[in-house]
Ligand binder design. Structure first.
Ligand SMILES: NC(=O)c1ccc[n+]([C@@H]2O[C@H](COP(=O)([O-])OP(=O)(O)OC[C@H]3O[C@@H](n4cnc5c(N)ncnc54)[C@H](OP(=O)(O)O)[C@@H]3O)[C@@H](O)[C@H]2O)c1
Length: 124
């Protein structure tokens, strides 16, 4: 899982069973686990490093700033959206700036009676 430091600080913990890469301009932040890495590396270096470690899939969890960094470099292969039965606040963008991604719907399924998951492929 790759995420920005704001998102990591909101989640507040490492989710079990997966490696968490946190993007920050302050990579000296302390980690007490090999499964939690703070890095100032750019997206392509992070992906290359994960690949060298044997990982074949990475999920960019957000937020908008980190999604934008990967999108603008053409590094996203899929966009997975969850539509949940809550309306609150004034909305958050998926990306922090303008993007232009052509998507094809690959799959959709329900997570429960009210929650829909949409899996799009990014056309490169
Ligand atoms: N609905 C969802 O599925 C979902 C998912 C994720 C997040 N969110 C929401 O999105 C919001 C956070 O999104 P956000 O866009 O404000 O923040 P973010 O993308 O989570 O993190 C931004 C931080 O990432 C670091 N960063 C940014 N550019 C960088 C770069 N080029 N190199 C290294 N580090 C870099 C900086 O951290 P430093 O300040 O440490 O340098 C920056 O403050 C929260 O409200 C969260 O709840 C929602």
């Amino acid at each position: 899982m790759i995420m920005g430091s704001t998102t990591f600080d909101i989640i507040g913990r490492v989710l079990p069973g997966r490696k968490t890469v946190v993007m920050t301009r302050n990579p000296a932040r302390c980690s007490d686990s090999a499964d939690l890495v703070f890095t100032a590396d750019p997206p392509e270096a992070i992906l290359a490093d994960l690949s060298d470690q044997g990982y074949t899939q990475a999920v960019v969890v957000g937020g908008a700033k980190i999604n934008q960094l990967f999108a603008q470099k053409g590094l996203l292969d899929e966009l997975i959206l969850t539509v949940s039965p809550y309306a609150f606040g004034s909305g958050l963008s998926i990306f922090s700036d303008s993007v232009d991604l052509k998507l094809t719907l690959k799959r959709f399924w329900t997570l429960d009676d009210n929650t829909l998951c949409l899996r799009y492929g990014v056309v490169h």
